[in-house]
Design a protein around this ligand. Structure first.
Ligand SMILES: [Zn+2]
Length: 204
């Protein structure tokens, strides 16, 4: 699966949990943790986006620091890949569950959100032909539940559906600060937002 599909799956999973349970919407930090979690298992692949942090921060950093970050990221991913192999230990679903339990136990919700993103990645990979070791350590081999090839039209279609779901459902769950910025923008630009969004915008 491509990085943007993993991100979409991670955010959509988080949204579904917020939408269908009593869980509070994630804060900005928790949202970043969720997104990073949805990319983190591919730290065992030298081609992954998580191994190129400079590329992720392309719009925010000059070329020099980006190259240094990419070099560091590449060194880490290559080393992890050499030791654990791609879709090895770092793709174990129990690792994701471990983050969630750890976060709940020590009341660090951002770790829970990271673990949730992590779990969505492992489950996403389960639906590719290579599969993922979802039952490890009970059963070490990768198991596949479908054959959605990376970069295929079916993956693009699923990615579009997920982004549509995110835009459709997620607007009202944006972190408070983001809602405040949007509210400020609405006031400046004289834009009327739908009532549901206005009602969820925190008081200023
Ligand atoms: Zn993966």
């Amino acid at each position: 699966m491509l990085a943007h599909t993993h991100i979409a799956l991670g955010i959509a999973t988080g949204l579904a949990i917020v939408h269908f349970t009593d869980t509070a919407a994630p804060s900005s930090v928790e949202l970043v943790a969720l997104i990073l979690g949805s990319l983190a298992p591919d730290i065992d692949s030298s081609n992954s986006l998580i191994g190129k942090p400079g590329q992720m921060l392309e719009r925010f950093l000059p070329k020099g620091p980006r190259k240094i970050l990419d070099f560091c990221g590449g060194t880490i991913t290559k080393s992890v890949n050499r030791i654990f192999g791609h879709r090895g230990f770092f793709h174990w679903s129990v690792l994701a569950l471990g983050f969630i339990v750890f976060g709940l136990w020590f009341d660090r919700l951002w770790i829970c959100w990271f673990g949730l993103g992590y779990l969505s990645h492992v489950i996403g990979d389960f639906f590719t032909p290579q599969g993922s070791p979802v039952f490890a350590p009970l059963y070490w081999k990768c198991v596949s539940g479908a054959s959605i090839k990376t970069g295929s039209w079916s993956e693009s279609f699923i990615s579009i559906l997920l982004w549509v779901y995110i835009c459709w459902t997620g607007f009202g769950y944006l972190p408070g600060e983001t809602q405040r910025w949007l509210n400020r923008y609405r006031e400046i630009a004289h834009i009327e937002l739908p009532e549901t969004i206005q009602s969820e915008t925190p008081e200023q």
